[in-house]
Design a binder for this molecule. Structure first.
Ligand code: SAH
Length: 220
């Protein structure tokens, strides 16, 4: 007789993930914390890696890509200071988890993904969870933003660029916030760029390591 594997209590796992990895590191925005407790991150991760869904590191989603470490998703979301009425552009949708978090915090999310299979997977998961009402996944190169739907109140880039692509700043509304990892292929700083009354200011939120942004605004 084979023993059935014990069921994983995902709700408890997510609560624990938020408490130990996210709140403990200083994320305070209650809307971000609540979204990450509630959204079933595990359902965005392909089955073969699902058991790692709430681990404190990036998780493989196939095609050489990863879902960001949960803390990084939380930090990026908090940096955008979303109130609920915004239109957000996400570049690098991957499995769609980060888009789901942004969708819980803003009015509308446009998530662009360059790998067709991942774009398809993200759309499917978001649809299955009925989160596709305010989240649109588009397949294409977002390294220069997505001009047809600009401007955006907030832009979140989930892949590393050598510099902030000028087109992203142009597509950012005033006031608006852009969060993007900038640096070399191996290490970057997470930059938070705010545009307000025509002035652009940049601060560094943390150091990080993201997969490279492909295309003309990233590494060709
Ligand atoms: N936001 C995701 C992280 C995905 S990893 C999450 O946390 O769940 C970064 C993603 O960026 C990868 O899926 C990669 O394929 C995608 N990517 C890289 N360059 C891109 C580009 N120029 N346009 C759109 N997506 C891109």
């Amino acid at each position: 007789m084979t023993k059935a594997r014990p069921e994983i209590d995902w709700e408890a796992k997510r609560r624990d993930m938020v408490a130990r990895q996210i709140e403990a590191r200083g994320i305070r925005d209650p809307r971000v914390l609540e979204a990450m407790r509630r959204i079933p991150r595990e359902l965005f991760i392909p089955e073969e890696h699902r058991r790692f869904a709430c681990d404190d590191e990036p998780v493989s989603i196939g095609f050489g890509q990863t879902a960001s470490q949960p803390y990084m998703t939380a930090l990026m979301a908090e940096c955008l200071e979303l109130q609920g009425s915004e239109t957000v552009l996400e570049v690098g949708a991957g499995c769609g988890y980060h888009a789901a978090v942004l969708g819980a915090l803003a009015a509308q999310v446009i998530a662009v993904e360059i790998v067709p299979e991942l774009a398809e997977m993200a759309s499917r998961t978001l649809r299955e969870q009925r989160r596709d009402g305010n989240i649109r996944v588009l397949c294409g190169d977002g390294s220069r933003g997505w001009p047809p739907l600009a401007p955006y109140d907030a832009i979140s880039v989930a892949a590393a660029a050598p510099a902030e692509p000028a087109e992203l700043l142009e597509q950012l509304r005033d006031p608006g916030v852009l969060v993007i990892p900038v640096g070399s292929i191996w290490e970057q700083e997470l930059r938070v760029v705010t545009k307000r009354q025509g002035r652009v200011q940049t601060r560094v939120a943390t150091f990080c390591r993201f997969v490279p942004l492909r295309g003309p605004g990233g590494w060709p």
